[in-house]
Write a protein of this length. Structure first.
Length: 388
């Protein structure tokens, strides 16, 4: 009875001041079960998922188990949105290993093995190439120009309930892109450095900075002296020790580079004619215009995050980084998660990045003060394959 009442209230609630409803993974499953029992179409199910925010991580295994509740591509896209937005959260408590925390000596030994792995073994990986498939999701889609240079698969607003909120406020699937990338010492080199797309002007952002380099992050975290055991967690079916870390402004080399934000200047001259006989100010002569130039946001920022370490080998199987921006920065959030798994490359098995999730928040109008102040969220879900 309690479950049915909760779902009924959720489905019938209409609030003019929309805000995402925070729910657990179990409540997400209950919602999907009710929607399927009601034979709701894809647009309705996707619209319902756009209105929720998870308080726990939606793991890939759980997401795959929910595939039978997706009546169409709109719902599937929202599964990816929920996965990306919850990527750095702990999974449901029932999914966490019940192992006791390791003692101080065991923690020190484990971190020593992880340091050797990250700064020596991983840092000496050979020069590799791979194919990266990236899904992009974004809100404020109404601002996207038709001449953006991006071939989009989104149908803006088609999966939103117009009685609840305007479609642009939902995070919606935009497009997918397949790119050949190069990895050096286990870290991807940015393939967009020489890209000529008019990022920013087309309503999209591009991440031009170096992706987190595991060895460098581990060394900085060690130097900061702030690595602390947090919990055990299951990653790819194996138990991993999770350690938190933080790197302050004095020690950071974490460089971010976002393209692009408007820099608006006033150009032209306005001349006023002599006052009119009735005391008016007269007419305006001349050409008063604005000129918009787009510039990158670049900074070295402090950051914090988590290492997920295989206790038997010291192999880092997951890295989470969260950049710490100033309130005045036009980039407000950059949360990244990189998963590393064994991959066959020729006759060798190497532990390499296989999935990356990035959750960003920016002020698309930049610091120019022009236009309405707004926030844009962009999510990236990337998978790597075909290593050579």
């Amino acid at each position: 009875m309690k479950k049915s009442l909760w779902v009924l209230l959720f489905l019938t609630a209409v609030s003019p001041a929309w805000a995402a409803k925070k729910i657990t993974v179990q409540q997400l499953q209950e919602l999907l079960t009710s929607l399927k029992a009601a034979n709701k179409p894809d647009a309705d199910v996707a619209g319902a998922l756009k209105q929720v925010e998870l308080t726990e991580q939606l793991t890939r295994a759980t997401m795959n188990s929910l595939a039978g509740y997706a009546p169409g591509p709109g719902t599937t896209a929202q599964f990816y949105v929920l996965e990306a937005r919850s990527a750095i959260l702990p999974p449901p408590p029932a999914d966490l290993p019940a192992n006791p925390a390791p003692d101080a000596a065991t923690q020190t030994a484990l971190l020593g093995k992880a340091a050797d792995y990250a700064t020596k073994t991983f840092a000496q990986l050979p020069h590799l190439t791979a194919t990266r498939t990236t899904l992009r999701f974004q809100d404020n889609t109404q601002a996207v120009a038709a001449s953006s240079g991006i071939h989009s698969g989104a149908e803006y607003g088609s999966m939103a309930d117009p009685n609840l909120v305007i479609a642009s406020q939902f995070v919606t699937y935009i497009n997918s892109a397949q790119t050949d990338v190069t990895l050096q010492n286990g870290a991807e080199l940015n393939p967009l450095v020489n890209d000529k797309t008019r990022w920013g002007a087309n309503g999209y952002i591009a991440l031009l900075g170096q992706s987190p380099v595991l060895g460098d992050v581990f060394q900085e975290a060690q130097s900061a002296g702030k690595i602390v055991f947090l919990r055990w967690e299951s990653v790819n079916g194996k138990t991993a020790a999770v350690f938190t870390f933080s790197v302050d402004k004095k020690k950071t080399h974490y460089a971010v580079n976002y393209c692009c934000f408007p820099d608006i200047d006033q150009v032209g001259v306005a001349k006023f004619s002599a006052p009119t006989p009735l005391g008016g100010a007269g007419g305006v002569k001349g050409n008063l215009q604005t000129y918009t130039n787009y510039k990158n946001f670049k900074a070295n920022v402090p950051y914090h995050g988590e290492f997920f370490i295989d206790p038997g080998t010291g192999v880092v199987v997951r890295l989470v980084t969260q950049a710490d921006f100033k309130d005045s920065d036009v980039v407000r959030k950059e949360d990244q998660r990189i998963d590393y798994t064994p991959v066959s490359v020729g006759d060798k098995t190497l532990v390499l990045p296989t999935e990356a999730l990035v959750n960003t928040e920016v002020v698309p109008n930049g610091d120019s003060g022009a236009g309405k102040f707004s926030i844009r969220h962009t999510l990236f879900v990337a998978e790597y394959k075909d290593y050579k």
